[in-house]
Ligand binder design. Structure first.
Ligand code: GTP
Ligand code: SPV
Ligand code: MN
Length: 602
């Protein structure tokens, strides 16, 4: 044992004691403390290349880029194996799987016991949020996967500086991960909010194993946020700068694979370029928000990187993402071309004549599966991991300890029908109702049936670490704490025509809607009062350079009372599941909406 290690042992005795206990259970051959250095990165990369955990891509075209393939049954978050372990089931609520902490530890201990035999246990100290800021939370992840270490290096502030910030008695989230035998029948993602601990076993997929992300920065953080009166949300943060220098920030919650990364990296469309906007990306997945001394809501992105959806990414849909992933990026489950570069469905380049698919099997554009359908080259939930500063539009304010002030909050989902392109809440309470009643079509980001509409309140269904009825109550309470609350909006980029084609071009064109939202926030533009909220006067959306028939715009903004009445019933049924814990205000909002829709339908 070196001098440095002995010093660490003495200085961080409380960490050491926990690491020892976990090592005794998992029985790794060795324990290695990560320092976060470049030298360490080179060493671990070489080791992962040797073991086949990652593959080197063409270093001339994609310097610093690697490819990782997960097991075929381990490609997305497994919500059915994700649990909140609290003493009382009511504290997890009806939207979460629940186990008692005793049962959770007992079951998982069985899977963890001896799971790291023949492997190294890596100790990863990491911080979420700028170190030393009032937002900062520290975690330590123990893992037997170098892929996890290399990803955590990109996604978090990781290494020795974190231990310095932790100090000899500092509180940290205990994060334990083992891929074990990657058996889906022996996989569990357990959260113990009462112990500030996370145990994940049997998976190697991002959201299940990069424990700083969904597990800490959302599920555990939501519990802390409720207690400490702040918000931990599944939201992007972007800044819109006008040529005069004014920058306004927007936070937006869309469910998984519904457009956060794309909106956060937005490139102004041709027709709006002359206005000279600059877009600043502050975050693409998670926002932590606090009321500052000025009474406004301020937000930070607790992460340091992007773990983004690959398919559909190209220079037209997301130019900045394409630039982001040209170097120092880990690709997971994309297709590999013979020249050592990568490809996916929706890439700028046409399909390669031959490639290896995401599982490493030979693939060609003509390949069809047993069901006669074309085989995908990349997995629909294939992902890139890239450093935050790789994005050309990244905001230098990501390091600011107090974050950025939020002017507007947007909720949104994937709805082929019902929800119009954009509408504004009448006030904070109505906005909370809009968030609480949100629904969206399921995507490939989680295991399950794609396309089915499900309630996903505030895009937090899979990520709220406590009873969602209490979470809604917390949102209502936060409204009373913010002196100048941001206005709340709902958007839907995914409305379709009868043939299932998207009516709205989306991506960069979404800036036209953000313009209206900010103008509304500054009281500079009117709107049409409808039963569901305020929608734009079509003349108030700048359509320069976009050739969209007036009829299409009408379709995008149309509100169909019959559909809304059915929706209100469905929302009522959803609220019912929370029983008496459901805040009365939201029931009142549902009934007020019903009255307004009925009155308008007469
Ligand atoms: P997570 O990382 O899973 O939380 O997802 P995300 O919300 O960041 O989703 P992302 O921006 O990666 O978008 C996922 C998918 O939605 C991609 O296939 C995009 O091409 C598609 N998408 C994003 N924005 C738009 C849009 O404005 N219109 C349309 N039609 N599709 C979009
Ligand atoms: C999501 O599914 O919302 C993601 C990807 O952002 S993961 O980190 O896997 O949860
Ligand atoms: Mn997400």
């Amino acid at each position: 044992m070196g001098v440095q290690e002995i010093l660490t042992m003495i200085k961080y005795a409380h960490v050491q004691e926990w690491v020892d206990r976990m090592a005794a259970m998992c029985q790794p051959d060795s324990v290695y403390w990560c320092d976060g250095s470049e030298e360490e990165k080179r060493r671990l990369t070489a080791e992962a290349l040797r073991s086949g955990e990652i593959m080197e891509l063409n270093q001339t075209v994609l310097p610093g880029c690697y490819l990782h393939r997960t097991a075929a049954n381990d490609v997305a978050r497994t919500e059915h194996l994700t649990y909140i372990c609290t003493s009382f089931q009511g504290d997890a609520g009806p939207t979460n799987n629940w186990m008692s902490p005793r049962e959770g530890y007992r079951k998982a201990r069985e899977y963890f016991s001896g799971a790291m035999k023949g492997r190294t246990m890596y100790v990863i100290p990491f911080a979420m949020g700028p170190i030393g800021s009032p937002f900062s939370k520290i975690g330590i992840e123990l893992t037997d996967s170098i892929y996890v270490v290399l990803n955590m290096r990109i996604m978090t502030r990781m290494g020795e500086s974190v231990l310095d910030a932790l100090g000899p008695k500092g509180e940290f989230t205990q994060c334990l991960h083992s891929k074990a035998d990657l058996d889906v029948n022996r996989r569990l993602i357990l959260h113990f909010p009462e112990d500030n601990a996370i145990w994940s076993v049997g998976s190697g997929y991002g959201g299940n194993v990069l424990l700083g992300k969904k597990c800490l920065a959302l599920r555990i953080a939501t519990v802390q946020a409720q207690r400490e009166k702040w918000l931990a949300e599944h939201m992007l943060i972007l800044g819109i700068e006008e040529p005069v220098g004014r920058v306004q920030y927007i936070a937006a919650a869309f469910p998984s694979a519904c457009g956060k990364t794309n909106l956060a990296m937005l490139l102004p469309p041709e027709g709006l370029k002359m206005k000279g906007y600059r877009i600043w990306t502050v975050g693409d997945d998670i926002a932590w928000m606090k009321v500052d001394t000025d009474g406004r809501l301020w937000a930070v992105n607790p992460e340091m990187g992007y773990f983004g959806v690959v398919p559909g990414t190209n220079s037209k849909t997301n130019f900045n993402a394409m630039a982001t992933i040209t170097h120092d990026t880990i690709y997971t489950n994309v297709a590999l071309k013979p020249d050592g570069t990568v490809w996916w469905e929706g890439h700028d380049d046409p399909p390669p004549a031959e490639a290896l698919d995401w599982q490493g099997k030979p693939w060609s554009p003509k390949a069809v599966g047993k069901d006669g359908k074309p085989l995908m080259a990349a997995h629909p939930n294939s992902r890139f991991t890239a450093p935050f500063t790789n994005c050309p539009t990244h905001s230098f304010r990501y390091e600011h300890h107090h974050g950025v002030p939020i002017s507007a909050i947007i909720f949104g989902g994937r709805r082929a029908t019902l929800a119009p392109l954009v509408y504004e809440a009448l006030n904070w309470e109505h906005g909370v109702y809009m968030g609480a009643s949100m629904a969206s079509e399921r995507t490939a980001a989680q295991v399950g049936a794609v396309g089915e509409v499900r309630r996903d309140p505030m895009a937090m269904l899979p990520f709220c670490g406590y009873n969602m009825a209490d979470y809604f109550g917390h949102w209502l309470d936060m409204g009373t704490r913010i002196r100048r609350p941001p206005k709340i909006f709902h958007v839907n980029w995914f409305r379709t025509d009868e043939k299932g084609k998207f009516l709205w071009p989306g991506f960069g064109e979404n800036l036209r809607i953000l313009e209206w939202i900010l103008a509304r926030q500054r009281d500079e533009v009117g709107g049409l009062e409808t039963p569901i909220g305020i929608v734009p006067n079509p003349k108030d959306i700048d359509m320069s350079g976009l050739d969209l028939p007036a009829e299409t715009m009408n379709q995008l903004l149309a509100i169909h009372p019959k559909d809304w009445l059915a929706e209100i019933d469905a929302v009522g049924q959803f609220f019912e599941t929370f029983g008496t814990r459901m805040p009365e205000e939201l029931w009142q909002q549902n009934e007020a909406l019903r009255r307004r829709v009925l009155a308008a339908a007469k």
